[in-house]
Write a new protein. Sequence first.
Length: 281
Amino acid sequence: MPSQDHSLTGQVAIVTGGGGGIGRAIALAFAAAGADIVIADIIPQRCDEAAASIRALGRDVLAVPTDAADPAQIRALVAQADRQFGRIDILVNNVGGVSGRPFLEQSERSWRRHIDLNLVSMFAATSAAVPTIIRGGRGGAVVNVSSIEASRAAPNYAVYAACKAGMNNFTRTMALELAVHGIRVNAIAPDYTLTPGLHGNVTGPVDPSTWRPPSPEQQQATRRRIPLGRGGIDTECGKAALFLASPMSSYVTGAVLPVDGGSWASSGWIRNEAGQWTLGG
Ligand SMILES: NC(=O)c1ccc[n+]([C@@H]2O[C@H](COP(=O)([O-])OP(=O)(O)OC[C@H]3O[C@@H](n4cnc5c(N)ncnc54)[C@H](O)[C@@H]3O)[C@@H](O)[C@H]2O)c1
């Protein structure tokens, strides 16, 4: 495979939530592939830290504290990016979030917040950024960060799962609507991936020293449930998103790529104590 197929040289990518976790890993993977990066993260220190890491890779960056769930803020950032770089080629809709409890115990405020974070942020950034990508006339790519929970039942996470299922179908529909402009629209669907959010590090700078390592019981449960036997690493999402944003996937659109160690495929099969596959334990 020629190496230029991985290259994003000369391109500009917007990553929502690009200051931490999966979004940061995607931003750094794209920067390493030659793209200049626009970070839309709500936490100012994370904008600064991600910007420094991107500059260290030799790329230009615009990092502005932005609430991606606020369409006005995203529109302002896209306009600023357009002025600074004169182009936008790639949009990554990564912002999302979840809190777990049975649906009937979830407040209206909570389910509306889930919809804002997981769906409105995607609609707002797509609506703001894609017209600029179209105007460039060079085609482009949208990568949405979905979840395995989009395609299976998720007790205690009903609204999150419904939002991510909506994201998957928005991905497919936009793939059709934007094909005429040469813009490909795809999603990655991670399962359990080690990120600040997963460790409750959701404010302030990313601080791995506050993260508690999984207990032996949690590690054993992960080994039984996930075919590859471990949780995912944020950089693995970065690589999958780079594939979908780059010419490596030039004939891929409307796809949802599991980045889940095989857990979606296993669909109810788990390993028993002896390490043998069994349905339901
Ligand atoms: N980590 C997992 O196990 C996992 C699994 C499946 C799907 N996902 C999805 O991956 C995406 C990223 O998750 P993560 O685990 O990296 O999260 P994270 O909490 O570790 O990082 C999210 C980043 O987004 C920023 N952010 C939060 N709200 C924002 C807002 N309104 N506007 C702008 N920035 C905002 C945060 O400051 C943070 O830097 C989410 O869509 C999530 O649903 C994560």
